[in-house]
Design a protein around this ligand. Structure first.
Ligand SMILES: [Zn+2]
Ligand SMILES: [Zn+2]
Length: 375
């Protein structure tokens, strides 16, 4: 037996979180679902499951570390495997129409990995309930929809109980058998230097049951990925990059633990006209040089549709920003931001003969602006 830390590829001082991450990554790679018929992947999957079973449990890990220090896992130590002690197995669970049975620790790990399919929620457990993982989906909205608010149906890929075997992992018409070696306990006692140590049952790998004919649909894992669709109400005025949390729609919890949450991350497409600045919106509006000098009223589009009249005061300089109150984006707490209209004074690039004459005539009447500014 290899070192559990080596098996998971983590250092001895790895955090529980790192252990979990390492296991998940490896388990996804080597899961029988992904490698149908591959015996080596199956073996590897069992190895990493066993390593995880011990390292993920603070008590078992501590015990394992202590025994490692004492050299219990040296070359002469044979196939000793710690852990798997204290599993709750209740023979009474059989005989309830065959549907209720306890897959034990391996089932827990599978359930943990794939979100509570399989044996999750089985009875007679002494392990604590565990909250399911959070999930995230990304949703892209048009600028208009982000202002109006929409309800979108988001597809979420989630692990779920296999429809064919209802999570048992056994082929239709068959049921998992009680493991003959451990009589369903999942562990056997092993004498180690005069004291008895519980060891994960080598035949069922702690499951307590043996699946003789695996379910074809899920390769015996009891878990199938399914796409669930949730209607998500996105509030008017939602900002690019914000996340909406939907409680309890993440992965299922274990052993009666609560489900994780679903996070919907919003991306808002940029708009040709409008630019969002917090709850305000910026719009650039071109005006002629005479409109800027004389003042005018222009009709401008507003976010979300429609137009309003905007008074451009006489003597407006290029870049002047005018505020239209309440015409910005909806605030999540009610009300609206403002629309900031930035004037672009356009100086004509090409002049007709007549325009040239008029500008010359006008120019002769204007005072020298540099006399005051530059001295
Ligand atoms: Zn067994
Ligand atoms: Zn199945």
């Amino acid at each position: 037996m290899g070192d559990f830390y080596q098996t998971l590829g983590v250092p001895k001082n790895a955090s529980q979180d790192d252990v979990k991450k390492a296991f998940r990554k490896l388990a996804r790679e080597h899961h029988p679902d992904k490698n149908p018929g591959d015996k080596r992947a199956e073996e590897k999957f069992k190895e990493i499951s066993e390593a995880y079973e011990t390292l993920s449990d603070a008590d078992k890990r501590k015990h394992y570390d202590e025994l490692s220090r004492l050299g219990a896992f040296g070359p002469g130590a044979g196939g000793f495997r710690p852990g798997a002690g204290g599993q709750g197995f209740d023979p009474g669970m059989f005989g309830q129409g065959g549907a209720q049975f306890d897959m034990g620790d391996l089932g827990d790990i599978l359930g943990n990995l794939f979100g509570g399919g399989g044996a999750a929620g089985g009875r007679g457990r002494r392990k604590a309930a565990e909250r399911g993982d959070d999930l995230q989906v990304n949703v892209t909205l048009s600028f208009d929809d982000s202002l109006k608010g929409v309800t979108v149906r988001v597809p979420v890929d989630k692990p779920d109980t296999c429809d064919t075997c209802h999570g048992s992992g056994a082929k239709a018409g068959t049921t998992p058998k009680v493991c003959p070696q451990c009589q369903g306990r999942g562990s056997i006692a092993r004498n180690l230097g005069g004291f008895a140590m519980p060891q994960t049952c080598p035949q069922c790998h702690g499951a307590g049951t043996i699946i003789e004919q695996p379910c074809v649909a899920c390769s015996g894992s009891g878990v199938q990925h399914k796409t669930k669709r949730y209607a998500v109400k996105i509030p008017a005025g939602v900002k690019d990059g914000s996340k909406i949390r939907i409680k309890g729609k993440g992965e299922a919890g274990l052993r009666g633990g609560p489900a994780g949450d679903l996070f919907v991350k919003i991306s808002v497409e940029s708009d040709e006209l409008f630019e969002r600045r917090g709850d305000d919106v910026v719009l650039e509006v071109p005006v002629t040089i005479s409109e800027a000098a004389l003042g005018t009223s222009v009709r401008i589009p507003v976010p979300g549709g429609g137009r309003v009249a905007l008074k451009v005061p006489a003597g407006s300089q290029d870049g002047r920003t005018l505020r239209v109150r309440g015409k910005g984006a909806p605030r999540l707490k009610g009300g609206h931001g403002d629309l900031h209209v930035r004037l672009q004074v356009q100086v004509p690039v090409k002049l007709t003969k007549e325009q040239k004459q008029l500008f010359e005539k006008l120019g002769a009447t204007l005072p020298d602006p540099r006399a005051a500014a530059l001295g």
